[in-house]
Ligand binder design. Sequence first.
Ligand SMILES: *Cc1c(COP(=O)(O)O)cnc(C)c1O
Length: 383
Amino acid sequence: MTREQPGGLSPATVVVSAGRPDRHQGGALNLPVVLSSTNVSQGVPGAGELLYGRMDTEAWHPFEDALGRLEGSAHPALVFGSGMAAIAGAFSLIPDGGRLVLPRHAYQVTIGYARDLAERHGVDVALVDIDDTDSVVAALPGTSMLWVESPTNPMLEVADLPVLVEAAHAAGALVGVDNTFATPLVQRPFEHGADIVVHSVTKYLAGHSDVVLGAALADDDALHARLHAYRTLHGSIAGPFEVWLALRGLRTLALRVERAQANAAELARRLSEHPAVAEVRHPSLRGDPGHERATRLMEGYGSIIGLRPRGGAAAADLVVKALELWVPATSLGGVESSLERRRRFATESLTVPEDLLRLSVGIEDVEDLWGDLDRALRSLAGS
Ligand SMILES: *Cc1c(COP(=O)(O)O)cnc(C)c1O
């Protein structure tokens, strides 16, 4: 988190200072929640003029500007009603009958949406192991869009982003990156040449598990305009209060990410030595398959851990049940630590192990988190 942005300020400063009102004597430090469906306007509207709340509203701008700066994009972000709405916007760039290559361990709803495109729009969908660069490159000829999640949800595979972007562009494909797990503080896909970046703002950016929101970004003028047009046509817009809350959450992003990553690395290390644990996945661990790439491409290792307790899915369910501090819940990226067994969803990829627990590590005291986990894991031996 020490790298300077092109504009000079560190991301840890940008999250605090971006999107503030102009300063004047007696002025408020924060922007109001702007509640207005329309704007005063007559005659032929000028370029960029605010007209109507589905097209554009000043309620979105502070957050959109801040996220655009954090991702190092030439344009502000575009907020959407959810992460999936933003992904639908990105996928709208794939022509009917085109080809979409995406990780077999992408977010399961993203894969579900790809299947829908295959059925209704004749899109040829190829699921790849994003960890295996050669197999991804081999799948690229004829591709309209390469979709990357890195680290993947929930298997934490780390993609070799610069190599994949270059190969995809050589094949004439656009590259979209779901940067939800890393956040722009840990990974900035535009620096590696990605065309589209999306976020489930619901997760780390908003950070308090009280908002469902998404965002999409494009560096290229034409792509940005197409995403904006998609949002307006489909009406997949966000409410002013959600966006205000997301900006409020963003203020502490750097602190939250720093603490959650430190907690996650420490817990992963201790879990890897625990007698009740069969396998731990976290890119911070030296032996982890994603360690080398994460060290090279990311500024940290994220705060999601994959944990397989000894004793299979039944044991994993018992661990979830025995925990008192960790919250059993789906979603991730909140201040609170939470976990779930992913295969409890019938729709989760069958190559995700039945017993895999996905831990979203929060910002609590690491000893309290460890005490609860250790006790729950030890209870397995007694059961
Ligand atoms: C949650 C999530 C999404 C979907 O975002 P919503 O805000 O729930 O629509 C997309 N990608 C990843 C990696 C996610 O974790």
